[in-house]
Write a protein that binds this ligand. Structure first.
Ligand code: URA
Length: 215
């Protein structure tokens, strides 16, 4: 199931405009903050799909009934760019467990990409809800390789992916390569990829915008 949140007008669209704008996106603090805010909004929207149980809370004046999350999710982020949305998700799911996984692109001649997945730090995933954050879902290959790698630590009961911008191609790829029932949350879907597999119009390199240029 695909949720493209910009289809409903909300303040999210301002954050999308700011991360896209070639002048505003040059302020790394604002860029990271906008990504974090998008992570918060997406976390809130996907929280409506989780399981809740009624609990009792003692207030100073009595007992209130509150439906609370039955189980805490695991938030997994793909390094480096995922860290920005990870913070936003964690602001709302502040009792969640966390996983980190690295994926970097080696650009081969002719525009071919080889994706290396190396570092993995993850709790047990068996039977849990796994939220995977990857801000730029360009080809979908990193998401699929990360899912393959992370399964070493167990099989989640349910998966949600969270991205700021996805290409149409990546949505198709992830829909085919992640388990049935995976929910894809994205702020906006763009039509194209360029020859280097960057999303167009997109934003450029999310990791560089958030954390600076790499060698
Ligand atoms: N990673 C990015 O940061 N941007 C893209 O457009 C694609 C992958």
């Amino acid at each position: 199931m695909i949720h493209e949140l910009s289809k409903t007008n909300s303040i999210l669209n301002q954050f999308i405009a700011e991360i896209r704008n070639k002048d505003i996106q040059k302020d790394p603090l604002r860029f990271r903050k906008n990504m974090e805010r998008m992570g918060e909004i997406m976390g809130y929207e996907l929280s409506k799909k989780l399981d809740y149980a009624e609990t009792s809370v003692q207030t100073p004046l009595g007992v209130a009934r509150v439906n609370q999350l039955k189980n805490q999710p695991v938030i997994a982020s793909i390094l480096r760019a995922g860290l920005t949305m990870h913070n936003g998700l964690l602001n709302f799911f502040d009792h969640a467990e966390n996983a980190f996984i690295s994926a970097y692109r080696e650009e081969k001649e002719g525009g071919q990409l080889k994706i290396h997945v190396e570092y993995l730090a993850s709790p047990d995933l068996n039977g849990k809800t796994l939220i995977i954050a990857d801000p730029m879902l360009a080809t979908g290959q990193s998401m699929s390789l990360v899912y393959e790698a992370i399964q070493r630590n167990g099989t989640p009961a349910k998966i949600h992916t969270v991205s700021a911008i996805a290409s149409k191609q990546a949505i198709d790829y992830v829909s085919k390569h992640l388990p049935a029932g995976t929910e894809i949350w994205v702020a906006v879907i763009d039509d194209e990829l360029n020859a280097n597999s960057y999303i167009v119009p997109g934003i450029g390199d999310a990791g560089d915008l958030a954390f600076g240029l790499k060698l």
